[in-house]
Design a protein around this ligand. Structure first.
Ligand code: MSP
Length: 517
């Protein structure tokens, strides 16, 4: 039955993180990217639903728990707290956090397995092959890169086992066809090409079980209690179990608008297993998969604890605040491509863009309105071409930033916003309000009022446009301007009046910070 009140929500998911380690910059980035998209969509007046969560089953989690002499569930509970805390500290506001050990998830995994089994999509067979403990799957010679096993596979072992298999290969042709018909299924486009490239070779059926004798930490198969479900098959189902598959509310969410995932888990998990699982279950496909790149260490190498080059997100949040960290990650990474994290670059962006350009602009405005206009934002009095230029570029900025954000090109939107911030600073310097105030004649005072009024409007627009990326600080800036904090950008325009608002001063927004011990 359709609920007439309900609206299909913009449903966005992230990957669910493995519960066998602590959160790092990759996890932080993906959550921040997703949260920024959601905040942007909400400001555009769209109803949204944002899901993230934790991937708790599988061999790696079981092994980590064993090494730490604890039970897997106890480990997962602790890790879930760490990841939820990371989200809170990063101002990542998810609507739902799914954990794959929750009953609501297990019920759906069993239901899906039973349905596929009943439909003849899952069969039992003996398989002998090379098994990678690291990747938790059977691998083939063709998985070698330049004749060697890549790091994410490690040295595989020979294994002969009876297991359950999902008829993946049966749907290979369908998938290729689907991708050719839906050319923007995987974004960016070059990633869709990689998927099609992968599909040029025949694919194997997917082993979806693990015998309990080898691994017991998983969801028991509904049709054979000697086995648990393969962790990837279990994990992918989170996107529908959290959305209430089988319940009326499911249609308020599904199909997902975007699954945001890292490039490493696009092929084959999200772009091959998942679409085929859905197709076999007769569930519509998600609209898009968005694959982001990886944060690498300074020299372009992979970050890892053992190399000592990994970045601890909370160290940055502690010192510079969540807003500055979010800003940096979105400014520096071209969404979809890899990015290099360098502390020097972070500091130079923080000091340059945030402290000097934006921070100074706001403190100059506050000081001058306080000194020359008794603390109240003045009305513009006269307009010259310089003022008109500011007005026009502000209007253009609103359009083009919204367009860039719509393409998830946050780095571009931010570049344009900070160009405009630079323009506002230059506008102040050219007008030199301190001299106009000294001159004190009627026309100087008029120009002074226009300048400060326009700078205030400009800052207002900048703060609005930065809201998806720097949610806390922007609300503070808007508050200082006495601006109304609206739910959407419906009325965002140069026309919004701030005249007569009392401007509030406050603590320095981006204090200089010493990075030390
Ligand atoms: N549990 C699986 C995902 C299951 S989704 C149904 C997994 N977990 S993970 O913890 O290893 O990775 C979670 C996400 O973080 C992935 O999308 C991964 O690409 C991303 N990142 C991990 N390291 C990263 C970087 N260094 N940079 C950017 N993101 C990377 O995979």
């Amino acid at each position: 039955m359709t609920n007439l009140q309900s609206v299909k929500k913009f449903y966005l998911t992230t990957a669910i993180d493995y519960a066998n380690g602590s959160p790092h910059i990759g996890h932080a980035y993906e959550k921040i990217l997703a949260d920024t998209i959601i905040r942007f969509k909400r400001l555009e007046g769209i109803e949204c639903y944002f899901l993230t969560g934790l991937d708790e089953h599988g061999q790696k989690v079981a092994e980590t728990a064993q090494k730490q002499s604890t039970l897997p569930q106890a480990l997962c509970n602790r890790v879930a707290d760490d990841f939820k805390n990371l989200c809170a500290r990063l101002a990542v506001n998810y609507d739902d956090y799914i954990r794959t050990t929750e009953e609501r998830h297990k019920v759906v995994v069993r239901e899906v397995l039973q349905k596929l089994h009943d439909g003849g999509e899952i069969y039992r067979a003996e398989y002998a092959g090379l098994y990678s403990t690291r990747a938790e799957r059977f691998v083939q010679e063709k998985d070698k890169i330049d004749g060697r096993w890549p790091d994410d596979i490690g040295e595989p072992i020979e294994l002969k086992e009876t297991n359950y298999f999902f008829r993946l290969s049966h749907y290979q042709g369908w998938l290729v066809d689907f991708l050719n018909k839906n050319q923007d299924f995987v974004v960016p486009a070059f990633r869709q090409k990689q998927v099609l490239e992968f599909l040029k070779e025949p694919i194997n059926d997917l082993c979806i079980s693990r015998p309990k004798s080898r691994l017991s930490w998983g969801i028991e198969l509904p049709f054979d209690s000697e086995y648990v479900t393969y962790v990837w098959f279990d994990a992918l189902v989170n996107y529908i179990s959290a959305a209430g598959y089988g319940e009326n509310r499911f249609e308020d969410y599904w199909p997902a608008d975007y699954h945001i995932v890292g490039k490493d888990i696009l092929v084959p998990a999200h772009s091959v297993y998942w679409p085929i699982m859905l197709h076999a279950l007769e569930i519509p496909q998600p609209k898009h998969l968005f694959a982001h790149g990886w944060w690498l260490a300074k020299g372009g190498e992979k970050m890892s604890k053992s190399l000592g080059n990994s970045v601890q997100p909370l160290d940055y949040v502690d010192l510079y605040g969540a807003d500055a960290f979010r800003f940096f990650l979105l400014r520096e990474m071209i969404a979809g491509q890899d990015g290099n994290f360098s502390h020097d670059l972070f500091v130079s962006r923080y000091n340059g863009d945030l402290a000097n350009d934006l921070g100074n602009l706001i403190s100059r405005l506050t000081n001058m309105v306080g000194r020359y206009c008794s603390g109240k934002i003045p009305a513009p009095a006269t307009e010259e071409s310089l003022d008109q230029d500011i007005q026009e570029s502000a209007q253009r900025l609103i359009q083009s930033v919204r367009m860039e954000y719509g393409k998830f090109a946050f780095h571009m939107g931010l570049e344009q916003i900070f160009d405009f911030v630079g323009r506002l600073n230059r506008y102040i310097e050219m007008r030199a309000p301190w001299q106009l105030a000294k001159q004190g004649d009627n026309s100087s005072v008029k120009l002074l009022n226009t300048t400060l009024s326009f700078v205030a409007k400009g800052v207002h627009i900048v703060a609005e446009l930065l809201r998806p990326i720097m949610p806390k600080i922007c609300v503070e800036i808007l508050h200082r301007l006495g601006a109304t904090i609206t739910d959407t950008w419906e009325n965002l325009s140069w026309a919004t009046s701030l005249v007569g608002n009392e401007i509030l001063s406050g603590e320095i927004l981006f204090p200089k910070v010493e990075w030390g011990e």
